[in-house]
Design a protein around this ligand. Structure first.
Ligand SMILES: C[S@@+](CC[C@H](N)C(=O)[O-])C[C@H]1O[C@@H](n2cnc3c(N)ncnc32)[C@H](O)[C@@H]1O
Length: 283
């Protein structure tokens, strides 16, 4: 496939002053914030382009992947009215806002100030009252031990390039989860560590086994691990792909297509990058 046609999450129109790997020091009390300019730029993009595909100007692909992520989370998280949910790396609050009506409370947390500003304004605009967002300083999560019943984390761990930082984050997620809590992660996995259009300072591709090992080290038992999407949003069906991505189907059908997509998808060898869902239980 032509590399330009691949549907990767990548940087669109990098700002001229992009300085990756920069340390921004104390940014509104958030501590060390790396790649600040990169995420600031992403958060300025309209709609879902800021957190799904910056180059998806027409929006069909982002709308479909949004439904696919939510369908995958709903299948495995069995949200209950009493649930206290953590959305780690909440970005503009896409997942937090969707989870909110299903549960008691959602806490969104993110390492980047401009993403949180977007999240706050979108939460206010959506009149969602049970979502709180706050900043992550890269070290300790500002929550009590065993505070959460469920955690969502979509396309965030792949942006934590440093392995030590990854293990700190996972240990913290385990600490703030009650025993038996369920945590769902969606990450792109690949055999090739640098297989991405994004600058290497901002993203890493890990193998599915590497994520599984990292979860286990943090006392998170992997209950399920499955691919949910590969280099076309609809697995093995290029015709439906074209219908969805070409905007030839109404978006109200996307949720149903996503459910069918997940139901028929089967485990296969990862050849290229693939979105994986990992469902873990806090032991
Ligand atoms: C691709 S976006 C996904 C946002 C959201 N989870 C969603 O699916 O809509 C990645 C998010 O991870 C956040 N992020 C990146 N590195 C992080 C880190 N080390 N700690 C916390 N958040 C981080 C970014 O600010 C951004 O909001």
């Amino acid at each position: 496939m032509d590399r330009d046609q691949r549907s990767d999450y990548r940087l669109a129109e990098p700002p001229a002053n992009l300085r990756l790997g920069a340390t921004c020091g104390d940014d509104s009390g958030m501590g060390t914030v790396r790649s600040h300019e990169f995420w600031e730029h992403q958060s300025s993009l309209p709609g879902l382009r800021s957190v799904i595909d910056p180059n998806d100007r027409r929006g069909w692909k982002s709308a479909y992947l949004d439904r696919l992520h939510k369908a995958a989370l709903a299948r495995h998280l069995d949200f209950q009215r009493r649930d206290r949910v953590l959305d780690f790396g909440c970005g503009i609050g896409r997942i937090a806002r969707w989870v909110a009506p299903r549960v008691a409370t959602v806490h969104g947390i993110d390492g980047y100030r401009t993403m949180l500003e977007r999240a706050r304004s979108e939460i206010v605009a959506a009149r969602v009252r049970n979502v709180l967002v706050c900043a992550y300083d890269g070290e300790r999560l500002p929550f009590q031990t065993a505070a959460f019943d469920k955690t969502t984390c979509v396309w965030v761990l792949q942006h934590i390039v440093d392995e030590l930082e990854l293990s700190v984050v996972l240990s913290e997620l385990a600490r703030v989860s009650r025993p038996g809590a369920v945590l769902a992660f969606i990450e792109r996995v690949s055999e090739q560590r640098e297989e991405s259009w994004m600058p290497p300072e901002t993203i890493v591709r890990r193998r599915a086994e590497a994520y599984a090992a990292a979860f286990s080290s943090a006392r998170l038992s992997v209950r399920a691990a499955q691919p949910i999407c590969d280099d076309g949003p609809i697995w093995h069906n290029r015709r439906i792909d074209r219908l969805v991505l070409g905007g030839r189907l109404p978006t109200r059908l996307f949720a149903a297509i996503a459910h069918i997509d997940l139901a028929v998808r089967r485990r296969r060898t990862v050849g290229s990058w693939t979105d994986h869902l990992f469902v873990c239980e806090r032991s």
